[in-house]
Design a protein. Structure first.
Length: 85
C-alpha cells in the first residue's frame, strides 16, 4: 500500500533538495482566465533569478521522483489541495 504525501510536503522536500543548488520551486497561476484555473510550478535559479523549467501540477510527481524526493512507495495526494487532474 502506498503512503500518501501532500503536495505541500512534497514541494518542501523538492525545495530542500534544490536549495543545495541555489534553486527554488515556485508556484504560480498563469494569467489565463478560465473556469478551471491551472496551477503551475517553475524552478527558479536564485543566483540569476532566471526560470529554468516549468511543471504542471500533474507533472510534479514525476519531477520529484527524478530528484529522488519521492520513493516508489509514496504517492502524491493532489485532491487535498483541489489540484486533481
Amino acid at each position: 500500500m502506498k503512503k500518501l504525501v501532500s503536495i505541500r510536503a512534497l514541494t518542501a522536500r523538492i525545495n530542500r533538495k534544490l536549495a543545495k543548488e541555489s534553486k527554488k520551486l515556485q508556484k504560480y497561476q498563469p494569467r489565463l482566465i478560465s473556469e478551471n484555473p491551472l496551477v503551475e510550478y517553475a524552478v527558479v535559479d536564485l543566483k540569476t533569478n532566471a526560470i529554468l523549467n516549468f511543471h504542471m501540477a500533474g507533472e510534479i510527481q514525476e519531477f520529484a521522483r527524478e530528484l529522488g524526493c519521492l520513493s516508489f512507495l509514496e504517492d502524491v495526494s493532489l485532491e487535498a489541495e483541489g489540484l486533481a487532474t
